[in-house]
Design a protein around this ligand. Structure first.
Ligand SMILES: [Zn+2]
Length: 257
């Protein structure tokens, strides 16, 4: 189930068109591969959400999860969606975390040295994009279970704990006290965004999004040691739970109860 970018794009685009999404190529990448975003913008959206996957080329579960959800037409048409299914097609083709130039795109969002990052930031900035939440799908070679990062404005309620509860029966959680240098509790990582921004010039995508485009940033991580179908399902369940939590306060309005 390795991903071949052009094949993946064809499949994703077919599903996205059938689901009523507009596809935009905001690239291309230096090798000519498109950089795709699928957009759906209803007139009065209940929510505006950003999703991305495939920024690391050796983490296939996220792109597969987004494609399967698109094929099932799961994306609620009352929500405004911006979906980047494969942020690093060159790394994906090479099955490497980084681009062929050795750049980790998820450490490149302050200085944008890679063409992929520059194109993505330009796209985000052009229309002053703002989202209720931004969610990125990742995988981890070293983890023993599912975990997530949540960086959110104190005024917005945390979503991550309920997501972890939902995924735990399927995949188990990583219970390490420290993950990737951050303190962790039962798979929940809540790094201090301001401290991270001040101390680290190598901003990941979600730190940039949290700073400029959203009050709630989530990063899901599945353990690569688990079977791929289980990891794909974990991302799907985590996303479904997140969207259900975000929609819950708006349900009354929708049904006029
Ligand atoms: Zn990753």
């Amino acid at each position: 189930m390795h991903i071949i970018p052009m094949e993946y794009h064809r499949r994703f685009m077919t599903a996205a068109h059938a689901a009523g999404f507009r596809i935009i190529d905001y690239g291309p990448a230096p090798d000519g591969t498109p950089l795709l975003v699928a957009e759906h913008t209803p007139p009065q959206p209940l929510l505006s959400l950003y999703l991305s996957a495939g920024i690391h080329g050796d983490e296939p579960a996220g792109p597969h999860a987004l494609c399967k959800l698109m094929e099932r037409q799961w994306f609620d048409p009352q929500i405004a969606w911006h979906i980047h299914p494969l942020l690093n097609p060159r790394g994906t083709a090479a099955r490497t975390r980084e681009t062929p130039d050795g750049i980790d795109l998820n450490r490149d969002y302050q200085h944008a040295t890679a063409p992929e990052t520059r194109a993505h930031k330009t796209w985000l900035t052009r229309h002053h994009r703002h989202y209720h939440a931004a969610i990125s799908l990742h995988e981890d070679w070293e983890s023993t279970g599912f975990y997530l990062y949540e960086i959110h404005d104190p005024a917005t309620p945390p979503l991550g704990w309920a997501v972890l509860q939902t995924v735990e029966p399927l995949l188990g959680l990583d219970h390490a006290a420290e993950i990737d240098g951050f303190p962790a509790r039962n798979g929940y990582l809540n790094p201090d965004a301001d401290a991270s921004l001040a101390n680290n010039p190598h901003w990941p995508e979600q730190l940039w999004l949290r700073r400029h485009h959203t009050p709630t940033s989530l990063t899901f991580e599945t353990p690569t040691s688990a079977p791929l179908p289980t990891r794909i399902l974990a991302h799907i369940i985590a996303l479904q739970n997140t969207v259900a939590q975000l929609l819950a306060p708006r349900i009354n309005d929708t049904f006029d109860i």
